[in-house]
Design a protein. Sequence first.
Length: 227
Amino acid sequence: MRLLALENLSKVYNKNTRSETRVLQNCSFILNKGDFLIISGESGSGKSTFLNIAGLLDKEYDGEYTIRGQAVEKHNSNQLAILRNEMFGIVFQDYVLVEDASAYENIIIPLYYSKKYKRKERRNRIHEITQTLKIEDILNKSVSQLSGGQRQRVAIARALINDPDVLLLDEPTSALNQDLAQGILQFILSFGQKHHKTIVLVTHDTQNIPNVFNKHYQLADGKMTLC
């Protein structure tokens, strides 16, 4: 089943100015339910920009975007916010955590904007996810006190907490050492397989990627090709 499709996607920064920069040019992309998909490319190739558009974080682009057959442009801002929160779990390259809040407060954020879980179910959900990620003992700590590995697991917990259909991972292990990076990635993939998730992994390094991925798109010079 097709979850989403982007057709003839183009993205230009500083449009109609002297510093105009075209990042994406006529890119097309299809994501089906159950896909484990890689988007690769050099730094600066537009991978994060593409992911922000796919995750409904950036609405300034040209092209057609449909989710489950419905045009994204027909949704208002509130509808898009609800759709983003319930459909996508995003792990950002730099985590994007609230530094002066606790790990617990960061993880629970998506649940504030969701009707998926009642209060008691939320507590069970938090316990399940944090126990699986082995971060129960740091929930009351401020994010500013956490190590890189702990921050990464908090970011992953936040992405998973609302049981999204699609996980969007933007270089999710780039700040970790190789052993920890492999462990974190393997956990995400195992979780995705067990719970029938759809995963999009954005990376510049495809050498150490497990062979569970069934599609590979490459971004270069603003253009996307299916490898």
